[in-house]
Design a protein around this ligand. Sequence first.
Ligand code: CO
Length: 134
Amino acid sequence: MIGRLNHVAIAVPDMEAAVAVYRDTLGAHVSQAVPQPDHGVMTVFVELPNTKIEFLEPLGADSPIAKFLERNPSGGIHHLCYEVEDIIAARDELKAAGARVLGDGEPKIGAHGKPVLFLHPKDFLGTLTELEQV
Ligand code: CO
């Protein structure tokens, strides 16, 4: 069902500092910051040859990553995103297998303009897991 690793998301308390680490220390290509008000985050993508790293910084008062950063004040890996060909078919198959889909279970348009869903971390080895239809 799952295909390529699309991105690893890291929640960061300070986007500028995060960008400096990846751009200046690690020498990676880093995108401009893009606000995602619908998702309550500011995003930056680090383009690597085989995948991407997504930095998430809280945006607005009730950002979904605010609690995560309270527990992980210096930041940390927030989720993994795998590509699927058909997100509805993947969702239905996972639900039939007993996995929990977060929210109302309907795909939302994610940071790349593609449909995404999140799966409950307790069903996936303690890791918040995103599916993106490509
Ligand atoms: Co993501």
